[in-house]
Design a protein around this ligand. Structure first.
Ligand SMILES: [Mg+2]
Length: 345
């Protein structure tokens, strides 16, 4: 399965910024082998990430055996380590890694979930949660059958009044009922004091987790917060590579880890994160887990699956499973089971 071509593009994505400076610059990577088979992955990093693939990673991989996924992953990381230990270079590697896993599944005629776990039950629907950004989103999620909702709270600023957050949680809790899951996402905007104040203010509201309250590099802050917060702390969507996650796990900085398969290093990294986290009793709940790449891993590896709603600005893939009434069933087509829509080919 010699690799003969690697192509990376940034599809038109209405509503999303097109440059590399936001994490929203999703790219599609296609890895082709000499037999003509094409593996498809999604990474991040936009035009800058495509440049890394075109000028560095392609040269490393052309002519290599696509079946050596883990070895190629190691080589890509080592080859870029002096300038790419986190961020957009790893986002580029993620897209290639996923394309290689897609090829591995297609070569064996089975979905990636079954590659990872031959005993996986693919008749089972997995529970999901909806991530919402305002009250309109929240109401829509409730109307479409979601009983688990994560509330982004950036609208309350960098030093929020904890009572505002408490009232928001109460409003959503009143609509959903006592049994429903409610989570909070601060998108790395707060400091330690604000985070602890909010956590204490919502301590009796059965909030399942407080997500990314601090910037991702504030490891000391996370350590202190994880030890004192009455609400479980989640994070990790902006962490990269198994080495990065090893630190978070060893220092017990989070109760729930949320690697993003399309950014963190791909499925090869996500498998490692699951292994490390499970051996330390830390839950893994992948970022945007209802998207077709993470969903296969959750189905195969997760003892307590919960898949986050997909981002609604990425419309380039055909074949992605859809959430129905708050749950989702992974596909069984070979690889990740998705293809590129004609307009983006
Ligand atoms: Mg988040």
């Amino acid at each position: 399965m010699k690799i003969t071509q690697i192509r990376a593009i940034q599809p038109e994505t209405p509503g999303a910024p097109q440059d590399w400076r936001t994490q929203l610059g999703q790219i599609v990577v296609q890895v082709q082998t000499e037999s003509g088979e094409v593996g498809l992955g999604v990474g991040g990093g936009g035009a800058a990430s495509i440049h890394v693939i075109d000028t560095v990673l392609r040269d490393l991989l052309i002519g290599r055996d696509a079946r050596d996924v883990e070895q190629l992953h190691r080589e890509m990381l080592r080859h870029t380590v002096f300038y790419g230990r986190s961020g957009l270079v790893v986002m580029a590697i993620s897209g290639i890694d996923l394309a290689l896993w897609d090829l591995r599944g297609k070569a064996q005629g089975c979905c990636v979930a079954r590659l990872l776990n031959p005993a996986v039950d693919l008749t089972r629907s997995l529970p999901t949660y909806a991530t919402v950004f305002d009250d309109v989103d929240a109401e829509q999620a409730i109307q479409t059958g979601h009983s688990a909702i994560k509330l982004h709270v950036e609208r309350f600023g960098d030093r929020p009044d904890p009572s505002d957050i408490r009232q928001l949680v109460q409003r959503v809790r009143d609509r959903l009922g006592q049994e429903a899951m409610v989570m909070i996402d601060a998108f790395a905007r707060w400091d330690f004091e604000s985070s602890l104040e909010v956590a204490e203010a919502i301590a009796d509201q059965q909030v399942s987790w407080l997500e990314e309250p601090l910037p991702p590099d504030d490891l000391d802050g996370y350590e202190a917060l994880a030890g004192r917060s009455p609400v479980p702390i989640a994070g990790g969507e902006h962490e990269y590579t198994a080495a990065g996650f090893q630190q978070l796990i060893d220092r017990k900085l989070h109760h729930i880890l949320q690697p993003d398969i399309n950014w963190c290093g791909g499925l090869t990294t996500l498998v490692e994160v699951y292994r490390m986290a499970q051996s330390h009793g830390i839950r893994v709940c992948p970022h945007r887990g209802s998207e077709p790449f993470a969903l296969q891993a959750i189905a195969a590896l997760d003892d307590d699956p919960l898949a986050e709603s997909p981002r609604n600005w990425f419309h380039s893939l055909a074949g992605a499973p859809q959430i129905e009434q708050g749950s989702i069933r992974p596909g069984e087509a070979p690889g990740f089971g998705v293809s590129l829509l004609n307009r983006d080919k």
